[in-house]
Ligand binder design. Structure first.
Ligand SMILES: [Fe+2]
Length: 216
């Protein structure tokens, strides 16, 4: 978890302010509304992103790009001390999108430059089982710099995100709320209807070691 003193300004000022403000916002809806209002300011703060991206490109200790996350293009920028929210970035090359997935927490996403593509899906609830689910595409968005979109947790927030442009790598910036007690996200295949659990790399290795140990 990045210590706040390691974070350079101007980004640190946002982290401090948001952590302070969110203390008074107890309900998820109030927190979501707050970030819908403040995240666009950060997205449009070009000096903040120049400094963060420059530091990553130059291999500075912060942001730490070594930590392994579920998405390999993910970088954790900030985790609120009480874990009420986190700020993460994701890189997408031209035309690149994530798998179709859900989240254990609410999320708000946008981009500082280019376009951010979001494709949303609805689950066929009558038919849904743990390992099989039919999906219907319900919406397709191309967000402009500074625009944000909210993703609800679990079934109501099934989506994929990525870069709809044919040139240039984009950055997706996401704020997530406190995750529910579920250690995985679900991956959906809209063609075969298969649903699979995806665990963070650390957990995957621990589970694999346990199973390999049983074979010894
Ligand atoms: Fe997502």
């Amino acid at each position: 978890m990045p210590a706040i003193d390691m974070i350079p300004d101007p980004f640190r000022t946002y982290c401090r302010q948001w952590s302070q403000d969110i203390q008074n916002l107890k309900s998820p809806n109030a927190q979501i509304e707050y970030f819908q209002e403040v995240l666009p300011d950060l997205l449009l703060d070009k000096p903040a992103w120049s400094s963060i991206l420059g530091d990553i490109a130059n291999g500075k200790p912060y942001p730490n790009i070594r930590g392994a996350a579920i998405f390999e293009n993910e970088v954790l920028l900030y985790m609120d001390e009480a874990r009420r929210f986190s700020i993460r970035i994701y890189f997408f090359d031209p035309g690149e999108y994530t798998m179709v997935h859900d989240h254990s927490a609410w999320g708000i996403s946008g981009t500082p430059a280019g376009r951010l593509g979001v494709v949303k899906y609805r689950l066929d609830e009558e038919d849904a089982q743990e390992e099989r689910a039919r999906l219907f595409e319900t919406n397709r968005l191309d967000l402009e710099p500074g625009e944000v979109d909210v993703t609800p947790p679990l079934d109501r927030g099934i989506h994929r995100t990525g870069n709809p442009l044919s040139e240039g790598t984009i950055l997706m910036v996401s704020v997530y709320g406190r995750p529910m007690r579920r250690l995985y996200i679900r991956r959906f295949d809209p063609d075969t209807h298969r649903v699979t659990r995806v665990y963070p790399p650390k957990l995957r290795k621990k589970r694999a070691a346990k199973e390999a140990l049983a074979l010894l």
